[in-house]
Ligand binder design. Structure first.
Ligand code: ADP
Ligand code: MG
Length: 688
């Protein structure tokens, strides 16, 4: 095929006008190439029709029923509620639709329809809400197939994406393969274009698994090749900012209200050696939430300033940046330290920004704390020698290399709170410099956990109300943003209303999710950290290292749908103050597997142990649910459930680099464009 097709703008596809194109742009899709790599996040299986008496409660089922009696529509406040009953010869179901009054004129009593939805039981009545409706021939056309479910933005429907995707796949059929032929042969992989086709529209479950394996392998393989390559380059970078430890450091360590743990001390030694050594530092600190990474970043920044250089720390959100800035200012004043910090964030006024930038360029500020604003072209540094990235798995590769490119051969310290088992970290990073902070500071009350069913909700709400009356705050996590995204899963929009009703108007409940604008999110987080919001109902966006020690309850709905590592991250938002904290996991599944997994959370607060258990328990093929390590930057691959592919990919990558380090041979030169893109050579921890 002609590679050019990949660069074709989506506007040129049938049915895509400027309006739809703008919606696609919101999803970072500009051309056909972006589109075909916009993978579904789940699949709907259109299974065979079952009799009402055989349909399983709590599952998504398809039934064929005749509408009996009348179709009624009533209004409750702003909500329109449409009801009717329908049955086959084995039983009856009551159907409910919200805000779809038009169904009343399109459906007929006495006619058969096919309904697909989550079957539930209320008292002794079988009910289905918002069931999909099909005519016989419509269902026959998709029966037995798996239909993709795409991540959406408001205004963009799943059907729109499906239609456009089909065209894009046709245009890009016969896509060139990016893997060397010998790997494809010996692993029995399907071709790249077949994999892409089946990840969107699986011809069968088996084909979907094959497509997934192939794409997961590919992602790991290129990731590992790049990391190994970057590592080689970094090893050649000479340290032009050699530093020595100044007296401020031991003085600070002596006056802190706590002693560094032995592990913190060991890592601090590693950092000092790096920054004093012959080559540029590139170190990743992996530490559990609350393990005390910030102080290590601060010591490094202090040493940098004391040696006459500038240091910068980047946080993924303004709230986190402000939190660091406030903390650093406090230490500067309290301990009289030779640092001059500045906060550089997007919400500063133009005048404030300009002034800050001037003083940074002159070297007056020697500790720069900020977000993306740091990376804007206008900021130039006098003598930047260290860049710290906090929660760094959240940054894109490009952003970080942009910043690192500001200084000449900057030292890089990356901090990640995603504990992954050491075995996997070594495969991913090879012999990169990783420090693992696996010791928790003493003196904290361990979080108390409980795993319960939905019938516990009223008790949980009462418990939350009690904690709030004691002046504390709470988080509630739901997997979805709004109604109808995926059946059977709680969404923040409805949940916020329910919870507000349950807790009464004296309690302030607010919602937070990833589709909100950045500044709105930051403002909400800020209000929450000031204590002006009592309960935050949120999707997993709050996962990033926010520190509100006054929050003592974390309640997680549909807990079984999250990966253990993610649950652990979420739980880490509480237990940060001196009061006892609690984590309530609501398990909405009755499978043994869910029970066992949540049992691990119930009995351990140790992130590394949980990650190991996660790895042990989860097998391949778990990817039909919510993606587990969603914050790692792989599209389809998951380091846990695809760990067999990860191992294979690293084996091949290492063999190839041993045989042909510069990828110049006929066999492997196909790999060059992906591994050496545009001659970019600044070193960077790519993800995690
Ligand atoms: P994280 O690793 O999640 O970024 P932080 O650096 O925010 O964790 O540390 C969490 C809390 O622990 C902070 O309030 C910090 O002051 C405190 N802390 C850090 N190191 C120690 C220690 N050795 N002993 C006691 N408290 C510590
Ligand atoms: Mg942190």
């Amino acid at each position: 095929m002609n590679e050019q097709a990949l660069y074709e703008s989506v506007v040129n596809l049938k049915g895509v006008g400027d309006k739809t194109a703008a919606l696609f742009t919101k999803c970072n899709i500009k051309n056909v190439g972006d589109l075909i790599h916009y993978y579904p996040r789940a699949y709907d299986e259109y299974s065979d029709i079952v009799r009402v008496c055989d349909a399983r409660i709590g599952e998504i089922v398809t039934v064929r029923c005749v509408i009996t009696g009348s179709i009624t529509n009533r209004h409750v406040r702003n909500l329109s509620i449409l009801n009717f009953s329908a049955s086959d010869i084995t039983g009856q179901i009551k159907f409910t639709y919200f805000n779809m009054p038009y169904l009343r004129s399109s459906l007929r009593a006495g006619k058969y329809y096919i309904f697909r939805g989550m079957l539930q039981q209320k008292a002794s009545t079988l009910v289905m809400e918002q069931a999909q409706i099909f005519k016989d021939d419509e269902y026959a056309a998709i029966s037995g197939s798996m239909q993709p479910r795409y991540p959406l933005v408001k205004g963009l429907t799943n059907n729109m994406v499906i239609k456009v995707m089909k065209q894009a796949l046709m245009l890009s059929a016969g896509l060139l393969d990016s893997l060397p032929e010998d790997i494809i042969k010996s692993e029995g992989f399907v071709s790249h274009s077949e994999a892409v086709r089946n990840i969107h529209f699986p011809a069968s479950k088996d084909k979907l698994l094959k497509a997934h394996d192939r794409l997961a392998f590919e992602e790991f393989f290129f990731f590992i090749l790049k990391v190994r390559q970057l590592k080689n380059q970094a090893d050649e970078s000479i340290n032009t900012h050699k530093m020595i430890e100044t007296a401020d450091i031991p003085r600070l360590l002596d006056s802190l209200p706590y002693k560094l743990t032995l592990t913190q001390l060991k890592i601090w030694d590693e950092i000092k050696n790096d920054m004093a050594g012959s080559h540029v530092m590139n170190r990743l600190i992996q530490g559990d939430v609350g393990s005390g990474k910030t102080i290590l970043a601060f010591l490094s920044l202090l040493m940098t300033a004391a040696n006459g250089y500038q240091g910068a720390i980047m946080a993924p959100t303004e709230v986190l940046a402000c939190q660091h800035y406030d903390g650093f200012m406090e230490m500067k004043e309290k301990y009289n330290l030779p640092i001059n910090p500045v906060l550089l964030i997007g919400s500063l006024t133009a005048k404030q920004k300009k002034l800050a930038q001037e003083k940074i360029a002159m070297g007056e500020y020697n500790l720069i704390v900020g977000t993306n604003a740091l990376m804007q072209e206008k900021v130039s540094y006098k003598n930047l020698a260290l860049v710290v990235t906090d929660e760094q798995h959240r940054f894109g590769v490009r952003q970080r290399s942009l910043l690192a490119g500001k200084g000449q051969d900057c030292h890089i310290l990356a901090m990640s709170a995603t504990p992954i088992p050491r075995t996997l970290a070594i495969i991913l990073y090879g012999d990169l410099h990783i420090s693992i902070l696996n010791e928790m500071p003493g003196g904290r009350l361990p979080i108390k956990n409980c795993v319960v069913g939905t019938n516990y909700r009223p008790t949980a709400y009462k418990f939350i109300a009690e904690q709030i009356s004691k002046g504390h705050q709470a988080y509630v996590i739901c997997p979805m943003i709004e109604e109808g995204e995926m059946e059977g899963l709680e969404n923040v929009t409805d949940y916020t209303k329910t919870l507000q009703n349950a807790l009464g108007s004296s309690v302030r409940v607010e919602m937070l999710h990833g589709k909100m604008k950045g500044n709105v999110k930051d403002e909400l987080m800020d209000e929450f950290s000031k204590g002006n919001i009592d309960v935050l109902v949120s999707t997993t966006v709050i996962e990033v290292g926010i520190n509100v020690p006054n929050a003592t309850v974390m309640m997680i709905e549909n807990a079984e749908r999250f990966g253990l590592a993610q649950l652990h991250q979420l739980r880490g938002r509480v237990g940060r103050g001196s009061s006892q904290s609690y984590c309530i996991f609501i398990n909405t599944s009755d499978t043994e597997n869910a029970r066992q997994r949540l049992d691990i959370m119930n009995h351990s607060n140790d992130g590394f142990k949980i990650a190991e258990e996660d790895l042990k328990q989860r097998g391949p093929g778990d990817f039909f649910g919510i993606r587990q390590s969603g914050d790692l930057s792989f599209e389809v691959a998951d380091i846990y459930s695809d760990s067999d592919m990860l191992k294979k990919a690293s084996m091949y990558a290492d063999d190839i680099l041993r045989e042909d380090p510069d990828l110049t041979s006929e066999k492997y030169k196909v790999l060059r464009p992906a591994v050496f893109p545009d001659g970019v050579n600044s070193f960077d921890f790519t993800t995690l």
